[in-house]
Design a protein around this ligand. Structure first.
Ligand code: ATP
Length: 315
């Protein structure tokens, strides 16, 4: 079992008069893993992160970070923790190397030019080292933010929505970077409203909705528990295909996303071959047939009943 780096029990945060932003949540984060808190805007992610960063007091509950009680002993561990706040913007008029040097001074760290270069190199910004930060792209600014958050060589890194608003290429770049940081042994607490990001990066995911954690576990275990196993998609089969399948005793449903398609759920993998053969031997009308593994997106849809786009729930 990995060492536990963050241990949260029955954490609650009220904002007066009546917002229950965090509603009795509990979870553990193992050393050297990426833990993602996934949820729509307003779910309570940032409030949770800020409590664990020692910036806000919870209303009740307990939390240990790197072995320290967040109420009593945060000062003992503050320098072992790194943070990238939500919507991070670097200092416009500082060049990346100047920003790192300034940030280090805030932590009372004497940092050499070589160490600054190493940090800039680690986030692939060497060719931007002498450019004023305001001239960096959105993705480059976040990379610089990550370099700043690493200045104290943290054991635990909080990344609050690090890729929000970035284009797909910049998001993938940051994913690689986050993966590398984890591989070097840093534990990462990530908040995100991107399902693909949580699925790609996390060892463990907590799905948060209205202040509560409604499901948690590895992406695979969540898919196994809440997903519909493997799905056979009969593209273009429509209502006629659905009727034909019923005739041969195969239960199926119309795809909610594209009603031209029919979906057959196969609960056990051992049933797949036989089910495929029965469909192939019938004359169900269709344009194509393929299988699809469920993803966290399907888990989210089945748990919350809506899809999520850019942090907003879609009815
Ligand atoms: P987002 O992705 O939009 O940042 P989030 O999941 O991080 O959302 P929080 O920012 O923690 O969620 O907000 C949780 C709830 O608490 C929301 O209803 C929000 O409006 C409310 N809230 C957050 N900060 C405060 C505050 N300082 N005072 C009062 N209510 C607040």
């Amino acid at each position: 079992m990995p060492e536990i780096v963050v241990e949260v029990e029955n954490l609650v945060k009220y904002y007066p008069p009546d917002v229950k932003a965090v509603d009795d949540i509990s979870f553990d984060i193992g050393s050297g893993t990426i833990f993602s808190m996934l949820g729509p805007n307003g779910a309570g992610k940032t409030t949770t992160v800020e409590i664990l960063e020692g910036l806000r007091n919870p209303t009740s509950g307990s939390a240990q970070v790197l072995g320290a009680d967040i109420f009593k002993d945060y000062s003992k561990i503050r320098k072992r923790v790194g943070t990238l706040p939500q919507n991070f913007e670097p200092f416009d008029l500082l060049k990346p190397w100047e920003a790192i040097s300034y940030w280090a001074s805030l932590y009372d760290i004497r940092i050499s030019k070589k160490e600054i270069d190493r940090l800039i190199e680690s986030v692939n910004l060497m060719d931007r080292k002498n450019l004023m930060s305001k001239k960096l792209s959105g993705g480059e600014k976040r990379k610089l933010g990550i370099a700043l958050s690493l200045v104290n060589n943290p054991e635990l890194l909080f990344l609050d929505e690090p890729t929000t608003g970035l284009d797909p290429k910049a998001r993938r770049d940051l994913w690689n970077l986050i993966d590398i940081i984890r591989d070097k042994g840093t534990t990462i607490f990530l908040t995100t409203h991107y399902l693909d990001e949580a699925e790609k990066l996390s060892n463990d995911v907590a799905i948060m909705h209205k202040g509560k954690i409604i499901a948690q576990g590895s992406p695979d275990s969540l898919v196994e528990k809440y997903g519909k196993s493997t799905i056979i998609v009969l593209e273009g089969a429509g209502k006629a295909g659905l009727a034909k399948l019923k005739e041969i005793g195969i239960s199926a449903s119309i795809d909610e996303i594209d009603d031209r398609n029919v979906l057959v759920e196969v609960k056990r993998h051992s049933e797949m071959k036989a089910t495929m053969a029965r469909i192939a031997n019938s004359d169900v009308p269709m344009n194509d047939i393929y299988t699809k593994r469920e993803s966290l997106e399907d888990v989210f849809l089945s748990l919350i009943g809506s899809k999520m786009e850019d942090g907003v729930l879609k009815e």
